[in-house]
Design a protein around this ligand. Structure first.
Ligand SMILES: *Cc1c(COP(=O)(O)O)cnc(C)c1O
Length: 398
């Protein structure tokens, strides 16, 4: 390795997932793998299964898979839907589009409500479509809580209300992969049937675990419904989970980390965790506006608190900016996905994060904008600093 390959200090991993893994989680995972059928494991399994219920805010059941979030998407679909069923999805961005493609591959028919990729789900559009569906053809409504490609959040409680207002019996499935443990989420109170999530974003773990939180209705309907499946079957999981076990070898060391992360979230307090994310998102948007750049999300009530997607002026390449920042300041930022490629960059401000990490991140962006020759006003960092110092006393741990 030449001296130019070595970077001193911490790399800044400011993509919207995977996020920075805190030392406490790394240390918790740094233990020998134990017998997953022994008594010590059962205790760990229960801690994780029960602990995740408090994060999803549910009293029903949480399934934990050794898989990326995409696996948990598939599990949600195959446990409840049949080939030929119709689902209603909303094209909020790249991730909603991937989920729609998966459903199509599984033989599920999809109706895809379009958006301009600059806002969350419009609950009224869902209500209007469901009202037209007099024969109850639509079996499920599948939406993404926080669209990671655009930085737009959808109001799931209002989507539920829209479904109730239309008096429609569809199941509700929600992807919270980039919102869980960053933005308030209430599986039971919002009447969600399946919530999907992953380990590597707000939960502050490495990639490798994903989750389904279930409703009683989902548990019951999966007993007789769904597509042929084996690995993803919820019933096998539920049976094994009763004693804290799993039907096959679990990702034991990731579960050590998960138990620690759940403890950390409760030590801080979930409401404080959400307020911290809101405050860092607001500081970031103020910096972007002061630079004279545009936040991609155009609907203030839909602003994401876990990431901000920033639109560059026409004719400037966001990937050149990202490469410049990586080369000079050892910071990774999120790229523009599919139709947003080269047009936006994304600042992740979720997970294990604090005020000075945010200022380091924004400083890297401001210096990068200058180095890459992107037209902007100076002063974004100063604006963010003012906001952070003015609101510092609002932090409960100050
Ligand atoms: C990251 C992400 C995914 C994909 O998860 P994988 O773990 O990469 O499979 C899906 N949906 C959303 C909203 C995401 O942010």
């Amino acid at each position: 390795m030449s001296s130019r390959d070595y970077s001193s200090g911490h790399h800044f991993l400011q993509i919207p997932g995977p996020t920075n893994v805190p030392d406490r989680v790394l240390r918790a995972m740094d233990h020998p793998t134990i017998d997953h059928r022994g008594p010590a494991f059962a205790e760990l399994g229960k801690r994780c299964l029960d602990g995740m219920k408090t994060i999803f805010k549910t009293n029903t059941h949480v399934i934990i898979y050794p898989a990326s979030g995409t696996g948990a998407w598939e599990a949600a679909l195959v446990n409840l839907l049949s080939e030929g069923d119709t689902v209603l999805m909303v094209e909020t961005g790249h991730f909603a589009s991937l989920w729609q493609k998966m459903a199509t591959k599984l033989g599920i028919k999809t109706e895809f409500l379009k958006t301009d990729w600059r806002r969350g789900v419009d609950p009224q559009a869902v209500e209007d479509r469901l009202r037209e569906d007099k024969t109850g053809t639509i079996r499920a409504v599948c939406v993404v809580h926080n669209e990671t490609s655009t930085g737009s959040r959808s109001r799931i409680g209002n989507v539920r209300k829209a479904m109730d207002a239309a008096d429609h019996a569809a199941l509700l499935m929600v992807d919270t992969i980039s919102s869980l443990a960053s933005i308030d989420y209430q599986h039971d109170a919002w009447g969600v049937d399946v919530t999907i999530s992953g380990s590597q974003k707000g939960l502050m773990l490495p990639p490798g675990l994903s989750f389904n939180a279930l409703s009683e209705r989902a548990v019951t309907e999966s007993k007789t419904g769904g597509i042929k499946r084996s690995y993803w079957d919820w019933q096998d999981q539920i049976a094994a989970n009763a004693s804290g076990a799993f039907p096959f070898t679990p990702a034991t060391n990731l579960l050590y980390g998960l138990a620690e992360a759940i403890d950390m979230l409760h030590e801080e307090g979930l409401d404080n965790v959400f307020a911290r994310h809101d405050r860092h998102a607001e500081a970031t948007r103020r910096a972007v506006q002061a630079w004279g750049l545009e936040v991609l999300c155009q609907e203030p009530k839909d602003y994401s608190s876990s990431l901000t997607a920033v639109l560059l002026p026409n004719g400037y390449d966001a990937d050149v900016l990202r490469t410049t920042i990586l080369q000079h300041f050892d910071m990774s930022l999120g790229n523009g996905l599919s139709r947003l490629a080269g047009k936006v960059f994304r600042i992740g401000h979720l997970g294990d994060f604090n005020d000075l990490m945010l200022m380091g991140t924004l400083s890297g962006v401001e210096m990068g904008l200058s180095l890459a020759g992107i037209p902007h006003q100076p002063g974004g960092c100063a604006t963010a600093m003012n906001f952070l110092s003015e609101t510092a006393s609002l932090k409960t741990n100050a």
